[in-house]
Design a protein around this ligand. Structure first.
Ligand code: UDP
Length: 431
């Protein structure tokens, strides 16, 4: 699509004739040998490959590119190989912001990979200590030091976008850069107290309307921005098997034990996947393990990569028998991206994320869930994919965040008229 006219200028033949494309320096991953170009007039971004030119989804960033620091949690690398909802969100968002032409630095666990510049903050990732305050505080303090050092060096960030937990928000008024904090968890009692005390220190975004509605009184939510999913990264050619799927962490509110009862009632095989995190051992031993028989009810451990995608894609349906205000639920959009409908209790975000009758079904209890399995099997996999593509495409999500960043970013200094600059200089000369 792009025709080379000289070393640093290209003309796009797929758009208006003679449109000039301007190189966005240093955006490409050298491994794939691509370079990104943005049209000077309408800001579409193109990827110029080494063998063929690819016209990628249009990015429509209006205004100057922003310098963005994305702060990931310290627990897992980006992108996660297995478990890691927030980490997949950060991974997709970082890439999408880069594709929109922004200068993005990802502050994350060492070993993280991204189209953004990555800065590893601690010695390693800490998947064995998820939630440990000593790790989180260390990670955030180093992130703040990085941000302040950049400002002192004359390269200030426009915004720090925090996904890391509690510490960064609690200290957000101690840093010179505006902070946007995404709430990833549910507003339980502890969280409500925390946000009531510290929520005014940053711009706050939520990931579903249901989550935002549960905020404590007086806490301002500046935007609701859903999590992204890249449908094209999921296989569309996996034949359907007869199993149902439950996948997640083994916290009782996620309902793995209820999924077992539902599968039995529906007379279907069930595959359970996910990590047993610290603190979940007793629940797993008492409520899950006794039911595993390696055939009708099978546990396959924590899964990742292509195997995880195939489990999702081959399933008849994903079961979400949740009994908590699920803030978003990445597994739901992943199932739909894989062409698999979701049957969920209508809790938290489920009524927003699942388009009932198109990409899944909403039910009230286990009996209804078992009865819905047959109907879910009749839903069209392509409609499931379309449902998430239309609403949660990474570029769309990145555009929403970009708007939120621009609302808090300090405006770039305007070039001053020469006369004013000269007057200042003369004032600065000592008498
Ligand atoms: N996940 C995974 N392997 C597993 C279990 C879960 O990769 O064995 C991923 C899952 O695909 C999703 C994330 O972990 O991306 C869980 O995110 P979700 O928002 O559903 O749940 P939560 O963040 O509440 O644990």
């Amino acid at each position: 699509m792009l025709r080379r006219t000289s070393d640093d200028e290209r003309l796009c033949r797929s758009c208006a004739a003679g449109e000039r494309a301007v190189e966005l320096a240093g955006r490409a991953e050298p491994a794939v040998r691509t370079q990104l170009y943005r049209h000077s007039s309408h800001s579409n971004v193109h990827v110029l490959g080494s063998h063929r030119d690819v016209h990628v989804a249009p990015a429509t960033s209006a205004g100057r590119p922003l310098r963005i620091a994305l702060l990931a949690p310290p627990w897992l690398r980006i992108p996660p190989h297995g478990y890691g909802g927030i980490e997949s969100v950060v991974a997709l968002l970082a890439d999408a912001l880069v594709a929109r032409g922004h200068d993005v630095t990802l502050l994350a666990a060492p070993g993280s990979r991204s189209a953004a510049r990555t800065v590893g903050l601690l010695d390693r990732s800490h998947s064995d200590r998820i939630g440990a305050s000593v790790i989180e505080a260390d990670h955030v303090a180093r992130a703040f030091e990085h941000v302040e050092r950049e400002a002192i060096a004359g390269r200030p960030y426009d915004v720090l976008h925090d996904h890391s937990g509690w510490t960064a928000l609690a200290m957000a008024d101690r840093i010179s850069v505006p902070v946007l904090h995404t709430v990833h968890g549910a507003f339980d009692e502890d969280a409500r107290r925390f946000y009531a005390a510290h929520g005014a220190k940053a711009s706050i975004t939520c990931i579903s309307r249901a989550q935002a509605a549960a905020r404590p009184d007086g806490v301002r939510i500046d935007a609701v921005v859903p999590n992204p999913i890249d449908v094209d990264a999921w296989p569309a050619d996996v034949p359907k098997d007869d199993h149902l799927l439950w996948i997640g962490r083994f916290a009782p509110e996620k309902g793995a034990h209820r999924a077992i009862r539902v599968a039995r009632e529906a007379g279907r095989r069930l595959i359970l996947a996910g990590p047993v995190q610290p603190g979940q051992e007793a629940y797993f031993a008492e409520e899950i393990d006794p039911h595993l028989d390696g055939d009708r009810i099978r546990y396959v451990g924590e899964v990742g990569g292509r195997y995880k995608q195939e489990l999702f894609a081959a399933a008849q349906a994903l079961l979400m028998p949740i009994t908590w205000p699920e803030p978003f639920g990445m597994v739901m959009v992943e199932a739909m991206a894989a062409g698999t409908p979701v049957i969920a209790f209508a809790e938290g975000s489920a009524p927003e994320v699942v388009e009932a009758g198109r990409s899944g079904l909403l039910v009230g209890d286990e009996e209804q869930m078992a009865a819905a399995v047959e109907r879910a099997g009749e839903l069209d996999p392509d409609e499931c994919r379309a449902s998430v593509r239309e609403r949660f495409a990474p570029d769309r999500v990145a555009a929403r965040y970009e708007e939120a960043y621009r609302a808090i970013a300090t405006p770039a200094p305007r070039p001053r008229p020469r006369a004013a600059a000269a007057a200042d200089e003369s004032e600065a000369i000592p008498a």
